[in-house]
Design a binder for this molecule. Sequence first.
Ligand code: NAD
Length: 484
Amino acid sequence: MVSRVIPVDNFDLVIFGGTGDLARRKILPGLFRRFLSGQMTEGSRIIGAARGEMDDEGFRTLVREAIAEFGGREKNETDCIERFVERLHYVPIDAMGEGGWTQLRDLMRLDVVRAFYFSVAPSLFGAIAERLHKYEIANADSRIVVEKPFGRDLATARALNATLAEHFNETQIYRIDHYLGKETVQNLMAVRFGNVLFEPLWNNHYVDHIQITVAETVGVGGRGSYYDKSGAMRDMVQNHLMQLLCLIAMEPPSKFEADEVRNEKLKVIRALQPVENHHIVRGQYDAHEGGQSYRQDAENPRSFTESFIAMKCHINNWRWAGVPFYIRTGKKMKARSSEIAVVFKDLGHSIFEGDEARHRNILAIRLQPNEGIDLQVTIKEPGPGGMRLIDVPLDMTFSEALGPDAEDVTDAYERLIMDVIRGNQTLFMRGDEVEAAWAWTDPIIQGWEKRNDVPKLYDAGSAGPDDALMLMHRDGRRWRDIKG
Ligand code: NAD
């Protein structure tokens, strides 16, 4: 199978924060991969803009090193790396100051797509947006890309939206949630809306419940002080898990177009019921087998911040009435594993005498590791001895099903940046979506803050606190195993 790469228009992409962690780990190696694939044209350029003093050559060295450290097998393509770095420039700019902006303006070309990636703290977004206009660097076609966190509650998200709206139209603003750039997440839409098989079953007549798990093995060490002010609810649920939930639950859009898709996602968020307190389990990892506890990692011995959260949610609409959505995410869990599982209802009646087992079809969409989809089906156990039934997975691991091409599955960041250049906002969050997500999240957080709730401790390397298991056990259900 040969993957088809369609080159994008020539562009000048300015990365504010071009020397930072995100730029070095994700954005720049990702752009190199797009260059290597032929998608980023020879006529395109990347301009790093950050606070530190540096010249073009210094930035090129930084990017060579970033590719060597964070790139995949492409890091051995030395000739191409050299051709790529020729397209790099650097302008020292302090977002809050006035130096460097005219130099940036003079560097930018008029006849190419202009995009500005704000890979800096959100407190700088306003200053950068304002100066891009003041110095006439951005025009009506320019695009800006903004990183999470997009606010820490509804009020701050609204303020951020208002700040950006002073200088840019909604059609120019790309709020990135890299989960939406993942291959499998898009495949979720392909599976739902490209097959006749699933959509008729995608409702409360056939679906028993849905589970969404995003488990990480890493702790918060390194970014503990930032994380401690945020917690799993703000850091993961309000954005990534909510986006996954929207894609699984939304009505079919009439077209795969930005506003059609985003309108449907917004309806899901607005239909989410407030979550009752006894349907929420917050956890915090404890020291285990020589590892540090959350409180040690966060350097806050009295922290009540959650590094784990599990919740049972409901969507108030015809399709999903009565179907629980169990979601959980945590740090220092037993394996790195993210999946969405659609668990279908039991058969109403079994014709196979003596078969007591509970057979269920489960459609599991794995985001990591081994992106792929598997469908659990019931078949006859091979061999003599009558009709004994077993459940087996029909597994479509992309790397197996698609061959070597799957190894080149485009990383989320690079895919999304190419979408920015193409002007396709489908996989980006709209301002009203982000605000609606906070409007649902805020009362939940305020609830536990008001009650001074203390998160339950769980052993690092486990599946989270026992209470999270109880959340499902009480309903006669259980979480799927977290497997790496
Ligand atoms: P970082 O601290 O590693 O880098 C920050 C960058 O901003 C540096 O290049 C620095 O020079 C520049 N900078 C700081 N102050 C500046 C100023 N006044 N003017 C101009 N440039 C300035 O941060 P990071 O981890 O790269 O994160 C950048 C943004 O991306 C943050 O908003 C972060 O929340 C978000 N983010 C990061 C990650 C990640 O994996 N690192 C993931 C998701 C979102």
